[in-house]
Design a protein around this ligand. Sequence first.
Ligand code: ADP
Length: 205
Amino acid sequence: MSQIVFDNVTCQFKNKTKGVDSIDFTIHQGQFVFIVGPSGAGKTTILRLLLKEYTPSKGKIFVEEEEISKKRVSKEKIRRKIGSSFQDVKLLEDRTVEENIAVAMEIIGQKPQEIKENITKILKLVGLKNKKDLFPSQLSGGEIQRVGLARAVAGDPSIIFADEPTANLDSETSWKIVSLLKDINRSGKTVIVATHNKDIYDSMG
Ligand code: ADP
């Protein structure tokens, strides 16, 4: 099934800059997709369009057959389908790793019992079980990216969009993040990774 479709999409800002210009692509369910280009190419714009933070000035965007660029589709509905992690993962500094992930679950309306069950699974998936009681200031860059990805998968969305998940990480840590993204993909989710790092997608063949 085609899960995400961009049909001739342009996003022009008030200052006339175009974030993206007449782009078309289709992403199918279960795919692992890289969006690659230098800084300023439009990768984050694609994510913000998908999350309805930006509105296309031209063209149509479909997620699971529904045209999300229409007004009546709510941001909340989209966020249940697309879990996202931005390059600068912003964590609550006064909360632990576990609490930061729990907050993401609370926001989407999960019940305390549900949160308790899911959090153990997610901490294991992202490899942070032993770090769950640490605060953000006690984490490495790679671990912060893991918390970002944990929050992205917290609501069990069908699509994960990771924007520059390996920025500022050394190559070994980057590789581990890509390996985690592969695990997330294997668990049945479509994974989209925006990156300017050619080594990352070359290494994936
Ligand atoms: P990337 O993520 O590939 O680095 P972006 O999507 O952030 O690229 O940016 C694409 C282009 O759109 C850049 O020229 C950027 O300056 C511009 N842009 C992005 N967001 C805005 C905005 N809110 N207002 C004006 N210009 C923007």
